[in-house]
Write a protein of this length. Structure first.
Length: 300
């Protein structure tokens, strides 16, 4: 095979409960990478920290070296791990994959003052508040509507040195944005230690020091010390956890403080609103692609 066709792919479809075993089998059989994609146009929540959610029907693509004979792999695939399998490999032309990936992501404006920019791209407006954060699946970087709506609300709502909590911080992007926009201290909370490491590293990369940006697990003493003191609490997670965490998030909020909740679909809004209704009225503040942002203010 020529150098221009130096790779080849095998394509499968599988049910989500089959994917882990199929992926392991493919790597054991010499796959260089395995890619998972939606095979049924099913909406999927932005994953929370430490989570790897899957669609019900998954398209699985395994990449192999171009000069390898793959018929034996096709013949040996455990049929109980797949729904369908392509009978022939697909040749793939060699490309500069890093450049292809980088070309897919561009600076994004979030409100009037804030931009989120990949590290390899010069900020379009050097005078703006520019957050440098490379896109990735694990923790959220502004490419998903839920994160974008939160960032626009933070851009509009942070104008002075208020205390901010980013609960379920992931990459730390919400708290970092608040700090760069002029907030006071930020408490970034997550139950995944890797998210806290990522948040701390991203904060440092954006010039936000440890004295302003504190990371903590939910059971850390710092969380207790912040009880009733935050003028802004933002949580971009999932509808179920937002309901469960209602007492915790409300306990952090100061009188007159604002609560921002995201990570939920439009049809889940009433469930979350009802969970907070006894103490704080929430309203839909923004909608995008079926996702909603809820906002409410505690009585002064």
């Amino acid at each position: 095979m020529s150098a221009a066709l130096s790779w080849q792919e095998l394509h499968f479809t599988a049910k989500k409960e089959q994917v882990a075993a199929l992926e392991s089998w493919l790597f054991e059989s010499g796959a260089l990478s395995v890619t998972l994609e939606d095979d049924a146009d099913q909406p999927l929540l932005e994953p929370g920290p430490g989570e790897t959610p899957l669609w019900e029907a998954v398209s699985v693509t395994a990449l192999f070296e171009g000069d390898r004979a793959l018929q034996s792999v096709i013949d040996a695939v455990p049929r109980h791990l797949v729904v369908t399998i392509a009978e022939q490999p697909t040749p793939v032309a060699d490309r500069e994959w890093t450049r292809v990936w980088e070309d897919q992501f561009h600076p994004m404006q979030m409100g009037q003052r804030l931009w989120v920019c990949p590290s390899w791209t010069a900020p379009p407006d050097p005078a703006a508040v520019n957050i440098l954060l490379d896109p990735g699946l694990a923790f959220g970087t502004g490419t998903h509507p839920t994160t974008a709506m939160c960032l626009r609300a933070i851009d509009a709502g942070v104008s002075h040195a208020i205390r901010v909590v980013d609960y379920g911080c992931g990459s730390g992007i919400l708290g970092i944005a608040a700090a760069r926009l002029g907030s006071g201290p930020v408490l970034a909370i997550d139950n995944d230690p890797q998210a806290l490491v990522a948040s701390r590293a991203n904060a440092e990369a954006n010039g936000v020091g440890e004295d302003q940006f504190v990371v903590a697990m939910p059971d850390d003493s710092a969380v207790t010390q912040w009880s009733g003191t935050a003028q802004l609490v933002a949580a971009n997670i999932l509808a179920g956890p937002l309901v469960t965490l209602a007492p915790t998030l409300l306990s952090l909020l100061a009188p007159g403080g604002q609560l921002l909740l995201a990570g939920l679909l439009e049809e889940q809004a009433n469930q979350v609103i009802d969970a907070y209704a006894p103490e704080l009225p929430l309203q839909i503040a923004a909608q995008e692609d079926g996702w909603v942002l809820l906002s409410g203010e505690r009585a002064a």
